[in-house]
Design a protein around this ligand. Sequence first.
Ligand code: PLP
Length: 387
Amino acid sequence: MSGIEPGAPAGLLRGALDGLVPYEPGKPVEEVQRELGLERVVKLASNEGPFGPFPAALAAIARAASELNRYPDGGCFRLRAALAEQHDVGLEEVAVCAGADAVIGCVCQASLDSGDEVVTGWPSFVTYVLDPLKLGAVPVRVPLRDDRFDLDALLDAITPRTKLVFVATPNNPTGTMTTRAELDAYFDRVPEHVLTVLDQAYFEYVDDPDYPDAIAEYAKRGRRVLVLRTFSKIFGLAGLRVGYGIGPAEVITAIGKVRRPFDVGTPAQEAALASLDDAAELARRRAVNREAMASLHTVLAAAGFAPAGPAVANFVFVEVGDAASLADALLREGVIVRPMAPFGAAGALRITAGTPDEIAVLGDALARIAGPQIESSQERALDRESP
Ligand SMILES: Cc1ncc(COP(=O)(O)O)c(C=O)c1O
């Protein structure tokens, strides 16, 4: 025993936290390697980009390292200014936080009182549910239709108490997108008292012509929307934590009031800034991802699995039956994937595309597990589908 009194004083902790469990992140590669004595472990669990920071970002991080005795610029001024210029919006319309995740947390803190409602699709990004719950607000989860956000059903779920609607496009975990036509129709109908948070964390991966740039097409055309983007995915900066929101100045100002002033460190700000001008590297990564996604579909099809789709980002959602056992078997083969039980889909896995080489490792592992494990998973999947 450490000697620290284990209990909290009676009544100290807020009742809203009672039913919450802390977010459970995917296992780190090193831990799996050590536990299972594996030489190579491939992590396809957290939708990260498979490549490190852009070359200019690495140089910026190295430069920033020697100045780490100083606090960062609390206003993220240079990064916000660069983003404002890139998107042709005002500085006061850009919020930079420690990841898109933190923007979600801030907009919830800025807007939600106990009992207020938030509408989102389900399964979707768990933060849309957890952050309102932490505040005593009520998340209303609207089932996806054919693995896609059902925007009409979201509209039907809005009440006078609804303050926020979260739409992830592409959606995590299903990888599907909402089209321009669907979003146009949604914005024509959504009531004035609601702020829509349109999460485009995977924006840079999508090359479908029906996929809108929500900053240009909705935020800048006066829709009541906060658009989220991040440097965690294609830019390879997940470990540094930097993302942003673009929306109405009043909302951005409110986010600034609740945000911790130094939550985005100097290396994160500098690396993000240095990542903005390398269109060639962005295009290269997008092309590698396209190839990896095609390989991922091929190896899954060979194992008899058909992912939800079309999946337009860098991951797929796939019903496999006994997802926990299959994830465990893959782990023993050195491949980390994400069971979807926390998203309310106990029979599914989410698998990140990684590089084509990493997908080949997954394919080999699936082939080795093939036989009893996969067959029993598929039988269970079929059982669940039959009436
Ligand atoms: C839909 C969605 N939004 C936001 C995030 C969080 O991104 P960040 O790393 O910028 O906090 C993720 C990360 O997985 C995501 O999938």
